[in-house]
Design a protein around this ligand. Structure first.
Ligand SMILES: [Zn+2]
Length: 92
């Protein structure tokens, strides 16, 4: 009896439809237009590095720098950041 159950379990797991598995593309690019308002991504900081406000509440843009994703309250902050990222990252 037990063998039957095990066999059924194997069959069940083997037949699980593979949902939400997109076709393997090379390196999923961050397409800004598809960004949700609050993306479920790990931001390098909860603080907008430019104006120092919390991006947990005000969040409208992101920028990738040095492999990390920074959140910004506005695209203006992002632009400033991308001009001189080190300036903003060094001051605390
Ligand atoms: Zn800002």
């Amino acid at each position: 009896m037990r063998k039957v159950i095990v066999a059924l379990l194997v069959l069940f797991t083997a037949c699980q439809p593979k949902t939400s598995e997109p076709e393997q593309k090379t390196a999923p690019a961050l397409e800004e237009k598809e960004f949700p308002a609050k993306p479920d991504i790990a931001l390098a900081s909860d603080i907008d590095p430019v104006c120092k406000m919390s991006v947990k509440e005000e969040f409208s843009d992101t920028a990738m720098y040095d492999g990390k994703i920074y959140g910004f309250c506005a695209s203006a902050c992002k632009d400033d950041f991308l001009k001189e990222p080190l300036t903003y990252l060094e001051e605390k």
